[in-house]
Design a protein around this ligand. Structure first.
Ligand SMILES: Cc1cc2nc3c(=O)[nH]c(=O)nc-3n(C[C@H](O)[C@H](O)[C@H](O)COP(=O)(O)OP(=O)(O)OC[C@H]3O[C@@H](n4cnc5c(N)ncnc54)[C@H](O)[C@@H]3O)c2cc1C
Length: 325
């Protein structure tokens, strides 16, 4: 591992200033992803700015919904009363991720910014346009069982690994970010990118910007919701396919529907067409089957992951049916 300088600011402005002053700086929070990347020589910052002491870990209800500080721990968020009672889909998604030990270290800001788990990204002997732009994509013609079935490009077929992000996408969250110059609020759906020709960019964050909080708008999804994750092992594994579904239903008529998928694209994948189809329909198995088919209509599998198309369709259907059983 390359030598680096370590900084531990205690207020947000100092963290932003330190980033500006030091070329080759990178923020570090719970370190559960970044440290692995450093140990494997995938990233090599000159300055590590430890943001874990910044006062950005509150979880508070406000007029727009709940605001979660970027440094709140995944475990604290999953257990918080506001989340379990008013945003249970978020708690479910968080508890499907990693292990209790990891969730006790990992922050929500870090979870949103964690890098892909594509094996070619992690193996510095292999080509990977995300790790080293212009080197090629090992996964496209290689072993791509875990790779994307939506939105991939010739340059990159990697998927975003987060569980939390799937729930945040479904619930139309926003992300507040701060730089030395400005604060801005980004819609969650626009935050992560599709790979295109620049897969090295996972999201639209600009250099030095710090995520300070995430806001989830109030919703009527507390009664009918589900997060279902399909993976190779029952725990401690990333999703092959995961699904967040949420409904607002009155007298068996679906008033609002949300469907988002994880493990299938470079970003959390919202199934807008299937959502639109469900609005006004009855909460019947037939409606859910038709919606699940719409979700995978545009899927484009690779050599080794055609199974994911059927798996995505079936997981959407199973996640919906499980709400009513
Ligand atoms: C074995 C293992 C299994 C896992 N399984 C799952 C799983 O099943 N599901 C899942 O969703 N996740 C899983 N994870 C990922 C884990 O949840 C993430 O590593 C974690 O959420 C990252 O948070 P962190 O605070 O440790 O981030 P760090 O590792 O500290 O940082 C990650 C990245 O985010 C940047 N960063 C962090 N906070 C901020 C901020 N506020 N503003 C700007 N930049 C920031 C850092 O610079 C770095 O680039 C797993 C991890 C491991 C090691």
């Amino acid at each position: 591992m390359k030598l680096f300088q370590y900084h531990r600011p205690t207020d947000t402005q100092s963290a932003l200033d330190l980033f500006q002053k030091n070329e080759g700086a990178q923020y570090i929070a719970g370190a559960t992803n970044l440290l692995d990347l450093m140990k494997k020589d995938i990233v090599a910052p000159d300055h590590l700015i430890d943001i874990s002491r910044l006062p950005l870990n509150s979880i508070q209800n406000g007029p727009l919904g709940v605001t979660i500080g970027a440094l709140a721990l995944n475990s604290d968020v999953a257990m918080h009363q506001i989340i379990t009672q008013q945003y249970p889909l978020v708690a479910q998604a968080l508890l499907a991720g990693a292990s209790p030990q990891l969730r006790n270290m990992a922050t929500v800001g870090g979870n949103i910014l964690q890098r892909t788990r594509c094996p070619y990204f992690y193996d510095i002997a292999m080509p990977c346009n995300k790790r080293q732009p212009g080197s090629g994509c090992g996964a496209k013609e290689g072993f791509n069982r875990m790779s994307a079935i939506f939105g991939a490009s010739d340059s990159c077929v990697a998927v975003h690994p987060s569980d939390l992000c799937v729930a945040l996408a479904a619930l139309d969250a926003t992300i507040t970010v701060k730089s030395a110059k400005q604060e801005r609020i980004i819609d969650f759906k626009d935050f992560h990118r599709l790979p295109g020709n620049t897969p090295e960019k996972d999201n639209i964050l600009e250099k030095g910007e710090l995520i300070t909080s995430i806001t989830i708008p109030k919703n009527n999804f507390t009664k009918f919701h589900n997060y279902m994750k399909v993976r190779d092992r029952a725990s401690y594994a990333f999703a092959l396919v995961s699904v967040a579904v949420a409904f607002e239903i009155k007298d068996s008529v679906i008033l609002d529907a949300r469907i988002a998928l994880g493990g299938v694209a470079h970003k959390p994948w919202r199934a807008y067409e299937a959502e639109a189809y469900l609005k006004g329909k009855s909460d019947s198995e037939n409606s859910f089957k038709a919606a699940a088919a719409l979700v995978v209509k545009e899927a484009k599998p690779l050599t080794h992951n055609a199974f994911k198309v059927k798996m995505a369709e079936q997981t959407v259907l199973a996640a919906m049916l499980a709400i009513f059983n």
